[in-house]
Design a protein around this ligand. Structure first.
Ligand code: PDD
Length: 297
């Protein structure tokens, strides 16, 4: 497998960053994950916009890869050489502030950011989607800028591990009495026939899949109410589902001891997954005769 690191393509095993990289020392960086179908990046621009906004918030100099043509050229080469033009993959990009002697404040000299990218094979979570998955709840102990996709993911790692230890797929984080999101996906509920989900503010990541799924819902005349729901609302939710780049739409049939929707995936999650899958499949089929990853998605 290949890696892209600071302008160079090299075997992933040989890709290394200095120990004083501020990503390694402070978690001082941001990342993005794209879904790739048939060699094409899904929602190229929206992910890039989020990456640029995160870099801006952290005042990290934007590397040339934030340009869609440069990004897709890098993705093309990784996907091609790693044999990932067919089927499903993910494309990961990480940008850290760069390498400098350890001091909390930004380095005074102008340093170049460290830029890393890789592509990986991805397998969607079938057949779990057909049966539906389970979640646990846990306090959301993350910081108050969850809208920035930083590489500081320790509460997310601990949450996901707690879920795995409990035999569940993921954790629903609870802050101030409401459910925010999961370790790496957004969470939506169907209550009184409408989709309820946490609004995009500083307490959640504004998921691209969340945005796509809400678009699809509105197109289908499904009411959307971006008001958070509480753990106490779970027992009256007819559906709960997750949305994320590596999650697609995943029905949740039990949270802690509360069975949701009679323990079966519900019609709204099923419709939204089908339509999301259609968009992915359409993108994959556009590849014929047009090269691999391109800017439009
Ligand atoms: N995670 N919330 C959190 C905390 C996330 O980390 C993610 C994505 C999402 C969903 O966002 P999107 O639909 O844009 O992928 C929500 C990525 C996939 C990850 O960490 O692997």
């Amino acid at each position: 497998m290949l890696a892209y690191l600071n302008g160079q393509f090299l075997p992933r095993a040989d890709a290394a960053v200095p120990v004083e990289d501020r990503g390694f020392v402070f978690g001082d960086g941001v990342y993005e994950v794209w879904r790739v179908v048939g060699g094409r990046l899904f929602e190229t621009e929206r992910h890039l916009a989020r990456l640029s906004s995160g870099l801006g918030e952290l005042r990290i100099q934007a590397p040339d890869l934030v340009d869609p043509e440069r990004l897709t050229a890098i993705a093309d080469r990784l996907l091609t050489e790693d044999g990932l033009l067919d089927g499903e993959a993910t494309f990961y990009v990480e940008v850290t502030r760069g390498v400098a002697p350890r001091t909390h404040q930004f380095p005074s000299a102008s340093i170049s950011p460290t830029v890393f990218a890789m592509a990986n094979r991805f397998k969607p979570a079938e057949p779990l989607r057909q049966s539906g998955a389970t979640c646990i709840t846990m306090p959301d102990i993350r910081w108050l800028r969850c809208d920035i996709k930083t590489i500081q993911l320790l509460p997310n790692v601990l949450g996901k591990q707690a879920a795995a230890d409990a035999g569940a797929l993921d954790v629903l984080f609870v802050r101030d009495g409401v459910i925010t999101e999961t370790s790496h996906a957004n969470v939506l509920a169907v209550i009184d026939g409408a989709i309820r989900t946490h609004p995009t503010n500083n307490l959640i990541l504004a998921g691209i899949t969340r945005a796509v799924v809400l678009e699809i819902a509105r197109d289908h005349g499904i009411r959307v109410d971006e008001t958070p729901f509480a753990p106490s609302d779970l027992s009256r939710a007819s559906e709960i589902f997750l949305a994320g780049t590596t999650t697609d739409v995943m029905p949740i049939i039990r949270v802690d001891d509360i069975v949701i929707g009679g323990g079966r995936p519900g019609p709204i999650a099923t419709t939204l997954f089908r339509e999301l899958r259609r968009r992915l499949d359409r993108l994959a089929h556009e590849r014929a005769g047009r090269g691999a990853a391109t800017a439009s998605a």
